[in-house]
Write a protein that binds this ligand. Structure first.
Ligand code: SAM
Length: 263
């Protein structure tokens, strides 16, 4: 995503959060994938954001390097991790130029990152440079499905299209397939598993906020003034279609992990 201000970083943190038991299942899946051969494992997360993947692992005592290029995201991370920072290193840096020595970490984690980088190959090469032999690349992603969200997103898309702006959807899934292909070309055997699926309730207000703050990558390239003009129309549509902004609706969510182990 483009650099987030503090408000956007907080919105990301709140609206993308995992329920505690889900966060725990994800941490267990990541922990189980590590093979540190008797050493204390060191994890590096590229694009760590506000720490929703990192914090449960940090709480379990892992040494963790949280890299992100956005100071606002790392600041929210730092506030949340206060008190458990002993083994944590926050690294304000670009994933395409990781300021760490080669073969220095046991696991590299990347969740919802590749599709944000047109030159993702550079970040992938950097991940392999810093991984120790036998280390693992752990790519994660969420799926979210809800009828109400889909209708709001379609309406937003139609509103910006009426101003002549076309948006590209599905970039994330496409990029995951491209990265998988690159991993196979490198002789790796990426294995994907569904770690956890759950259902949660979200309010119409929250759904609108996620669009308003442009948390979805497909909304991020639309010019600010076009987006600003679309939002009041979207709000009016939402209220007319669904009623009170406090009304909640179900969202089906799931988290996937793709594991590639270096020989
Ligand atoms: N991985 C976190 C999660 O799943 O909650 C955050 C995902 S968020 C969609 C993407 C994060 O990647 C943001 O915090 C953004 O600042 C960061 N990011 C984007 N491009 C980056 C780059 N080139 N180097 C490092 N971080 C980057």
């Amino acid at each position: 995503m483009p650099k987030a201000g503090t408000r956007v970083a907080h919105a990301y943190d709140r609206l993308r959060a995992y329920p505690p038991e889900v966060a725990g299942r994800i941490a267990t899946a990541i922990g189980n994938a590590l093979q540190a051969r008797g050493e204390e494992p060191v994890l590096l997360e590229l694009g760590a954001g506000t720490g929703r993947i990192a914090l449960p692992l940090i709480a379990r005592g892992y040494r963790y390097i949280a890299l992100d290029r956005d100071p606002a995201m790392l600041e929210v991370f730092r506030q949340k991790a206060a008190g458990v920072m002993r083994k944590v290193h926050l690294l304000l840096a670009d994933a395409r130029e990781i300021p760490l020595p080669g073969e220095s970490v046991h696991g590299v984690i990347a969740v919802h990152l590749w599709h944000l980088l047109p030159d993702w190959q550079r970040a992938l090469a950097e991940a392999f440079r810093v991984l120790k032999p036998g280390g693992v690349l752990l790519e994660g992603w969420d799926r979210m499905a809800s009828e109400v969200d889909s209708r709001l997103q379609e309406r937003w898309q139609a509103l910006v299209a009426a101003e002549g702006v076309r948006v590209e959807r599905g970039r994330h899934q496409k990029r995951l397939a491209e990265v998988a292909e690159a991993l196979r070309r490198l002789g790796l055997r990426p294995r994907t598993r569904l770690v956890v699926a759950w259902r949660e309730e979200r309010s119409l207000r929250e759904a609108l906020e996620a669009l308003e703050e442009r948390l979805y990558s497909f909304t991020q390239e639309v010019p600010e003034e076009v987006h600003r003009r679309a939002m009041p129309h979207l709000l009016a549509f939402a209220e007319a279609e669904f009623g009170s902004l406090d009304r909640t609706f179900p969202v089906e969510r799931s988290f996937f992990l793709r594991i590639s182990r270096l020989g």
